[in-house]
Design a protein around this ligand. Structure first.
Ligand SMILES: [Cu+2]
Length: 225
C-alpha cells in the first residue's frame, strides 16, 4: 500500500476512534435528550413515580449556565427533557430534588401549595401548605400546571453552602431540598407546566433565556390514555 493509502486508512481509523469516543462520552456520561415515558413504568392503574431535579446551572449543552429541570427515566437515567409522558387518570407521586438557591417570590401567591393532594408539599419530610419566601432561603423555582390549578414552590438551598451543584445531573454530594407531592392526571391531553419564578438570570426581567425556551423551565405533561 502506498504512503497515501496507508495515511488515508490511518486517518479513517482515527476518525472512527474519535467518533466512538465522542459517542461513548455522549451516551454514557452526559444526560440524554429523549422521551421520558412513564406510561409503562408501573402496572396499569398503579401510581407513577416521577422524579425530577432543578439545578442552578445545567453545566452542559448549548447553554451550560442556564437553570434547568431534568427528569429521571423509569430506568434511572437523567434526561434533559421537559416533556413527560404519563398515563391518564393516574396518581403521580412526584419528587423534586431542588439544588438551586432561592429568593423572595415576586408574588406571594406562588408560595401557596395548590392543586395537589391535601394542598401540601412534603419539604424534607415536613408537610407545608404555604411557604413564606421572605423567610429562610426563599424559593428557587416553582412547579406549576396552570390548567390543573397546580402550584408548588421549590424552596432554595443555602446560598453559602460549599457544595452547591454546578453541573447536572446533581447527586447526593450536593446540597439540596427534597419536595414531594401527589396529584392525579386528568384525561388525555397536553398540559403545559412551567416555573413562575423569573429565574432567567441576565435576561430582561429574568423571563428570557431558560424561561422562554423549551426544555429548561417549562414543558408539557403529555397525558395519554
Ligand atoms: Cu425557575
Amino acid at each position: 500500500m502506498s504512503f497515501r493509502g496507508r495515511l488515508s486508512t490511518f486517518l479513517v481509523l482515527l476518525a472512527l476512534v474519535v467518533a466512538l469516543a465522542v459517542y461513548t462520552v455522549a451516551t454514557i456520561l452526559l444526560p440524554q435528550s429523549g422521551v421520558a415515558d412513564f406510561t409503562s413504568a408501573q402496572p396499569a392503574g398503579a401510581p407513577v413515580n416521577l422524579t425530577v431535579q432543578t439545578v442552578g446551572q445545567i453545566g452542559f449543552g448549548a447553554n451550560p449556565t442556564w437553570v434547568s429541570y431534568l427528569v429521571q427515566t423509569p430506568g434511572g437515567q437523567w434526561l434533559h427533557d421537559t416533556t413527560w409522558k404519563v398515563p391518564a387518570h393516574t396518581k403521580i407521586n412526584m419528587t423534586v430534588h431542588q439544588y438551586d438557591s432561592g429568593s423572595p417570590l415576586r408574588n406571594q401567591q406562588w408560595g401557596k401549595i395548590q392543586g395537589v393532594d391535601g394542598n401540601v408539599e412534603i419539604l424534607n419530610g415536613k408537610p407545608v401548605s404555604v411557604y413564606d419566601s421572605n423567610s429562610g432561603n426563599g424559593v428557587g423555582h416553582t412547579f406549576a400546571i396552570p390548567t390543573l390549578g397546580i402550584n408548588v414552590p421549590l424552596v432554595g438551598v443555602d446560598p453559602n453552602a460549599t457544595n452547591i451543584c454546578s453541573s447536572a445531573p446533581c447527586g447526593s454530594s450536593s446540597v439540596s431540598n427534597t419536595i414531594t407531592f401527589s396529584f392525579t392526571t386528568p384525561g388525555p391531553g397536553e398540559y403545559p407546566w412551567q416555573c413562575f419564578v423569573p429565574c432567567g438570570l441576565g435576561y430582561l426581567f429574568g423571563n428570557g433565556g431558560p424561561m422562554s425556551n423549551s426544555n429548561y423551565m417549562g414543558g408539557f405533561l403529555d397525558v395519554v390514555s
